[in-house]
Design a protein around this ligand. Sequence first.
Ligand code: GLU
Length: 345
Amino acid sequence: MPAGRYAPSPSGPLHLGNLRTAVLAWLFARHTGRGFLLRIEDLDRVRSGAEELQLADLRAIGLDWDGTPVRQSERLDRYERAVAALAADGLAYECFCSRKDIAEATSAPHPAGPPSGAPGVLLPPGAYPGTCRRLSEAERARRRRERPAALRIDAAAAAGLPDGTAPLHAITDVLHGEVTAAVDDFVLRRNDGAFAYNLAVVVDDVAQGVDQVVRGDDLLSSAPRQDWLARLLAPRTGAAVPGTEYVHVPLVLSPAGRRLAKRDGAVTLSDLAALPAGAPGVPDGGWTPARVRDLLLDSLGLPPGDLRHALAHFAPDTVPRTPWTPPHALTHPAEQAPERIRFPR
Ligand code: GLU
């Protein structure tokens, strides 16, 4: 069954920005008759207890999902197989570069451009310049003794392009239209052995039949490379080549215009529930999960109440195109706190 999904990283409690994106992901999936899956992206940055709290908060504002949520930490064999399939086709290589090596290499002038008529483009600024792509086996053996290798995709080889160029890939986003980017040799497995976000997310979306990706627009620039990788991997895993619908939704910002974060004040369900009655911005009866849900729906121009009721009024073309800032009273306290005050975590 075609499906949409919400894929939180259990690094802490969900804040209003995460919850609003989750509501949008649910609305888009249900509006288009898709299934809705929940995937816990717990390959790193895991905080103990956060997963349970996140699921409870999603349920509290009325989200439901199909089946049992999957955890990336339990799917390592799939990522391993995907990497092995790419390596077997000569499309992955070991990279020994440190961040500093890459920063230095990318600040140096680039060599000549692609041969005229080649369909790729010159590597964009900041792209991995391919330093380790053509190391000899002897050189690799020597470098392995110095530091563990990361594994990178050989994007030019996968696209049949000359070294020094990158394939261009376009996706269509419901809110942003066509977005084209060069695909560089991004990391598949980090040098600490962890599978990279871009690999895991694509392996899972392909394997789970996800054909609608709704998430914050901070990830828009990752979409072309992920879609490109999905098309490379799908035939290798026996899955259908996905025709994914992308929807990168505006972020929620603090009154200072920064991306909302937990430190910005009362921005999680439990922070909000703890605000005393009568405090500025606190409704009669306090911030119950249902009132927070209504606040989020209002920010989307939708009527208060059950999510199913909102769904009946939802139309993709009315989704706001600009970031939302919650009422100032909710985020005010921490914004005013002097920078040097840090609470223990
Ligand atoms: N786990 C990612 C995050 O919480 C989202 C990944 C995705 O939706 O592709 O930022």
